[in-house]
Design a protein around this ligand. Structure first.
Ligand code: NAI
Length: 350
């Protein structure tokens, strides 16, 4: 089903309000989810609404959080999200980081006690829109085996980066530190199709092609991705005094409890280091250089990070977003949720 950006946002907002979220919070969550869908990141779009609604309904997302931003130094602050909607907390914390970086040249804002915040590119783009570099990392539930291990320890712990270019352009890099998201395994299960042996391992820690035998996701680039996931967990968890490693609460555990997740925003004001216009010009030059390189066999063009999503976003603005029928039917239904996610174990196959 193809729906316009405005219609999808309205459907999501209505559903979240029905589940109990105040309208301004619902508006923000809907904006972040539709941003993801419009950019082709469907794993972090409207597909998440039913899960959020169940968590709101069961009390695991605080609908009246007391947000606080406490400055802890000239460039540092801690934002307490009070287990409110993760998108709302992460967005407000980034606003705080931007205002600190405008004054002090750099900002590091720890965002603690939040629920799932979605696609991190949304938040780093807030900084790039203000002419600054944004970096954001966050914890996710334990699903990835460490390099050489058999049990999940870290989450898919994503890393995002955005830098401003000329004329409102920007470069956006946003990746999970696992080869594939869990949604890709579910997709293969639903189609009864094998998966490449580079995505996941079975109970013994052996690479598996059987999506029903998956016991843990593999980090990107072996030991290097494992190291990046560790870095993310330390920066967004250990540093903020939050549960870390496999102590991070599962996404689908007890939905009546807050998740206490952590995220870290870093904002760098280029004017503290160089001439801003020159900086933006050189970012534009980088994008242009990459686009004009000779593509390898099988490729039409070299894209800079985020470019394909930028193009998809433009296309979505014109022609709407293709949404899976099940998700659309849920959004237009009267149902708030179908008790699907409480204490659900994604590794179970029965
Ligand atoms: P992905 O694999 O689709 O893309 C990763 C990066 O590679 C992107 O910056 C993309 O622009 C770039 N890229 C991909 N193909 C390219 C090409 N052909 N040329 C140039 N660049 C290219 O993204 P992934 O790893 O599946 O992550 C998806 C989303 O999931 C992200 O938005 C991430 O923030 C989010 N996420 C959120 C979590 C949370 O707990 N909040 C946990 C894990 C992921």
């Amino acid at each position: 089903m193809r729906v316009s950006i405005e219609r999808l946002k309205e459907l999501i907002q209505t559903k979240l309000v029905k589940a109990g979220l105040p309208i301004d919070h619902a508006d923000c969550v809907a904006d972040v989810l539709v941003f993801a869908d419009a950019r082709g990141i469907h794993s972090h779009g409207a597909i998440r609404v039913e899960y959020y609604c169940e968590r709101i309904d069961r009390g695991g997302i605080n609908t009246k959080p007391q947000f606080t931003l406490q400055k802890t130094g000239p460039c540092t602050a801690v934002f307490n999200g009070d287990n409110g909607a993760g998108q709302v907390a992460a967005k407000k914390a980034m606003e705080g980081a931007i205002s600190i970086a405008k004054e002090s040249g750099i900002a590091m804002v720890g965002v603690k006690r939040i629920s799932h915040s979605g696609a991190l590119s949304y938040f780093v783009q807030q900084a790039a829109k203000e002419g600054m570099i944004g970096i954001s990392v966050c914890q996710a539930d334990p699903m990835a085996v460490p390099f050489g291990g058999t049990e999940p320890y870290y989450g898919t712990n994503p890393i995002a980066f955005a830098a401003p270019a000329q004329n409102g352009g920007m470069i956006t890099f946003d990746m999970a530190t696992t080869v594939k998201a869990w949604g890709k395994i579910l997709d293969a299960r639903s189609k009864n199709e094998p998966i490449p042996d580079t995505w996941a391992v079975d109970h013994e820690g052996n690479p598996t092609v059987d999506p029903f035998q998956v016991h843990g996701l593999l980090p990107v680039a072996g030991a290097k991705g494992f190291g990046l996931a560790m870095m993310v967990d330390i920066l967004s968890g250990v540093l903020l005094g939050l549960p870390f490693g496999n102590r991070v609460t599962p996404l689908y555990g007890d939905l009546s409890q807050g998740r206490d997740l952590g995220q870290l925003h870093i904002v760098i004001n280029p004017s503290s280091f160089t001439d801003v216009e020159n900086f933006k010009q050189n970012i534009s030059q980088t994008m242009n250089d990459l686009n004009h390189m000779k593509p390898a066999p099988g490729f039409n063009q070299v894209h800079y990070p985020g470019q394909r999503s930028d193009l998809r976003e433009k296309e979505s603005e014109q022609n709407g977003i293709e949404i899976v029928d099940d998700v659309y039917n849920y959004l237009i239904s009267d149902m708030i949720h179908n008790n699907k996610y409480h204490n659900y174990n994604p590794f179970e196959t029965q």
